[in-house]
Design a protein around this ligand. Structure first.
Ligand code: SF4
Length: 277
């Protein structure tokens, strides 16, 4: 997870115009998934083209060595392409159907570790902004986490919040314990502390990636509901793997890292989705 103090200017330049969060969990991720699916299919086509070239170029020359060499090479490359396409289609169907087909956890790992960095590079070729790809990545991750449908006990869940949710004027120290909040109502920390009490789940505020990692090691959650910007959610999801992280974007009416806001309904729906009855 990135430190919250790093490179605020970069965030400002990459920020998207504020979009109100959707309340419904099902529709919450839908529009953002398209970017990821598009990049996934574009990357597959690109790999297909590369595979064809890898076959075709030697074919012209290899045929002169032995007539069967081009056929063997075509068969091997065809196998690689088929396996890759199979993996991509499995992922696309999992995303579209919202259900765990097979290997969901492994697919989540591949998306987090391999596909995201690859798709950022491909997205750059198409002129798609990194923040847009991050949003899409978080949406896809949420879909895969929901498809796993892992139900946990309250003590196995952690709500992880960014420090910028706290009102800038507030002198109360909430990083050690969110329940120090005096519930004055100037920021959503009050509502989030109340949610934690209502559902008996851990809640913690992290000032940066190092503290966030420390909290995760201490609490040992089986699922994390994380509130943050695109950038911190992306790095948080990658850092926390294999622990599933359900990401909720914060809202930034005053710009990044300052008096940010969050849709409490969405956080509560996330809690209900993963808590066992
Ligand atoms: S709600 Fe809590 S954290 Fe927010 S400003 Fe009031 S006392 Fe501070």
């Amino acid at each position: 997870m990135k430190d919250s103090t790093t490179d605020i200017k970069e965030r400002e330049s990459s920020e998207e115009p504020l979009q109100p969060e959707r309340i419904d969990l099902g529709s919450f991720t839908r529009p953002r998934k398209r970017v990821f699916i598009f990049l996934l299919l574009a990357t597959s086509l690109l790999l297909l083209g590369v595979a064809f070239l890898l076959w075709w170029v030697p074919y012209v020359g290899l045929a002169n060595i032995h007539t069967s060499v081009p056929v063997i090479l075509a068969f091997l490359l065809g196998c690689v392409v088929l396996v890759s396409l199979g993996a991509v289609l499995t992922l696309v169907f999992t995303i579209i159907r919202g259900k765990n087909l097979f290997f969901n956890r492994r697919i989540r790992g591949v998306v987090i570790r391999v596909l995201f960095p690859l798709l950022v590079g491909v997205g750059r070729c198409f002129g798609i902004r990194k923040s847009e790809i991050r949003r899409s990545f978080v949406a896809i991750n949420n879909q895969l986490v929901m498809a796993e449908a892992k139900k946990v006990q309250p003590e196995q869940m952690l709500i992880l919040l960014p420090h910028c949710l706290q009102n800038h004027d507030c002198a109360v120290r909430i990083t050690g314990d969110v329940h120090n909040c005096k519930s004055c109502g100037k920021c959503k920390i009050k509502n989030l502390a109340a949610l934690s009490e209502k559902y008996h789940v851990h809640v913690a505020v992290a000032t940066g990636g190092t503290l966030a990692r420390k909290i995760v090691v201490e609490k040992r959650p089986r699922i994390i509901i994380a509130v943050a910007c695109e950038r911190d959610l992306t790095s948080g999801i990658q850092d926390a793997y294999p622990i599933p992280v359900f990401g909720v974007f914060n809202q930034r009416p005053f710009g990044p890292c300052y008096d940010t806001d969050v849709n409490i309904d969405l956080v509560e729906k996330g809690l209900k989705t993963f808590l066992s009855n």
